[in-house]
Design a protein around this ligand. Structure first.
Ligand code: BES
Ligand code: MN
Ligand code: ZN
Length: 493
């Protein structure tokens, strides 16, 4: 059983709980509302801090066990002179949750009284608490010593009402990130295309309009590229369209497209066994799009947005597409399938064309765990950004920095595009090893016309990154906070 986490806000005065948390800056005694709580211990600050080797640096803590099982935790808030950026507050929330969890306390009062703490900062702090608290343990049998008591954290702040509003607003985005994590962590036997589509359909409750296209409809649309990937699997493909209309009636929507390969064996060009289990996460792009749509609808974002996800399973069988086969995409372009493991681009080819053709969006951003080559280039720190538009690129780069989901721009150029020409068809789906992420992006661009477009290759960031202050799960839910930030900062009102 997972522990639940409730976060409330209250006035600065009156903090009382089994565990009280206050902050102290570098080289300084607890100040503001924290000063009174400290003096109630009757301890001498400089003596106690010195004994605990506490200097007030971020990450440091001083643990005071008092009478009657009451506990006081002093956390370092770093240099008093340097202002914490907003995403620094998210990290502080994550680190706070880790400290709280280590005490096993069930009710916690946290006093946050520092110069410059805005409601938005408290919103980030609460987001960090929830993001760090997340665990995917639904398949683990319960153990006798498991903590099942719920955790209640009260944040004591200067303006509790404004903080509560900020927590709810930022919380919508956290909900989206956690949904993306859940979907990615889920094993493929539990989450096939049909089951994923059913999860997306639950967004209907929030006012998202859902359409689920089945193979007959995709056939009719001419999506031979997407369908050829699914044809080796016993589980049929789905294309899900999610529309959120929070903006002006008739205004062009923002479009988000996701690669949703629920499992990627490689198909006939089968992958080696090592780490193949990770390929249950090859739907990370679709998960991010679904999480984003949840976030936008939950916070009733004043924009029109559409999410399109192509859901397939890439399996080897007697029905699979073969190397050398030629398929026709919805756009009319013919594709020689050189390598059945380069399947993500085949799915996106039709999903992208369909999206721009039907919705005439303001921009179109796709997310995909597309290439191993992007992991070689950027590791797990940045996702690759490929775009035909400088303004959109700069917006995305900024949103990434602010959301702490960073991007690094990679090139597109005619010389790379030439490499994807095929001997027998218009283009081929696989070239050589050089510039593998770029040739994949060039392939996608063949299915994009003049619309401002960006492709985020999230193969290195969707899963398998090392733990951070705000994530200890295999899948961090990369992309939801980034795109929600983009919408908030550049496309709302
Ligand atoms: N899903 C993989 C890419 C991937 C690799 C994602 C590692 C996450 C971690 C993709 O479908 C793939 O297999 N790409 C091939 C392309 C090649 C055959 C041109 C690759 O990267 O090797
Ligand atoms: Mn593949
Ligand atoms: Zn794949």
């Amino acid at each position: 059983m997972s522990q639940s986490l409730a976060i409330r806000t209250s006035a600065l005065a009156g903090a009382s709980a089994a565990l009280i948390v206050i902050y102290a800056a570098e080289g300084e005694a607890p100040a503001g509302a924290a000063a009174a709580i400290w003096s109630a211990t009757g301890l001498d600050w400089s003596v106690t801090a010195a004994a605990g080797a506490f200097k007030g640096k971020q990450g440091q803590s001083l643990d005071i066990l008092g009478q009657g099982g009451k506990r006081l935790l002093v956390l370092g808030s770093g240099k008093a002179s340097s202002e914490t950026p907003l995403n620094g507050w998210t990290d502080r929330g994550g680190s706070l949750l880790a400290k709280i969890a280590a005490t096993r306390a069930e009710t916690v009062a946290v006093v946050v009284d520092e110069p410059g703490v805005t409601p938005a900062a408290i919103g980030e702090l609460a987001a960090g608490l929830r993001l760090r608290h997340y665990k995917f343990d639904k398949y683990k049998s319960a153990r006798a010593d498991d903590v099942v008591a719920d955790l209640a954290v009260t944040l004591h702040v200067a303006d509790p009402a404004a903080a509560a509003a900020a927590i709810a607003d930022r919380g919508a985005t956290v909900d989206g990130t956690l949904l993306a994590r859940d979907l990615i962590n889920e094993p493929a036997n539990a989450l096939g295309p049909v089951e994923f589509a059913a999860r997306a359909a639950e967004l209907g409750k929030l006012g998202v309009e859902i359409e689920i296209l089945e193979p007959a409809a995709l056939e009719k649309l001419g999506m031979g590229s997407l369908l050829c990937v699914a044809q080796g699997s016993d589980r049929p493909a789905r294309l899900v369209v999610m529309q959120w209309r929070g903006g002006d009636v008739g205004a062009a929507p923002l479009a988000f497209v996701g690669k949703g390969v629920v499992f990627d064996t490689g198909g006939i060009s089968i992958k080696p066994a090592a780490s193949m289990e990770d390929m249950k996460g090859d739907m990370g792009g679709a998960a991010a799009v679904t999480g984003l749509m949840l976030a936008l609808a939950t916070r009733k974002a004043p924009v029109n947005a559409v999410g399109v996800i192509g859901l397939v399973e890439n399996m080897p069988s007697g029905k699979s597409v073969r190397p050398g086969d030629i398929v026709k995409a919805m756009s009319g372009t013919t594709i020689e399938v050189i390598n059945t493991d380069a399947e993500g681009r085949l799915v996106l080819a039709d999903a992208l064309w369909y999206t721009q053709d039907r919705f005439k969006p303001r921009f179109m951003i796709n997310l995909a765990t597309l290439t191993g080559a992007i992991v070689v280039a950027l590791g797990h720190e940045h996702a690759g950004l490929f775009s035909n538009n400088d303004e959109l690129s700069i917006q995305l780069l900024n949103a990434g920095l602010n959301a702490n989901e960073k991007l690094w721009r990679m090139p597109l150029a005619a010389a790379y595009d030439k490499l994807i020409e095929s001997k027998f068809a218009d283009i081929r789906n696989s070239v050589g090893r050089p510039a593998g992420s770029i040739t994949a992006a060039q392939f996608l661009q063949r299915f994009v016309n003049d619309v401002p477009w960006a492709h985020l290759d999230i193969a290195g960031t969707a899963f398998g990154a090392s733990n951070s202050e705000v994530n200890t799960s295999w899948a961090p839910g990369f992309g939801v906070a980034l795109l929600d930030r983009l919408v908030r900062d550049y496309y709302q009102g």
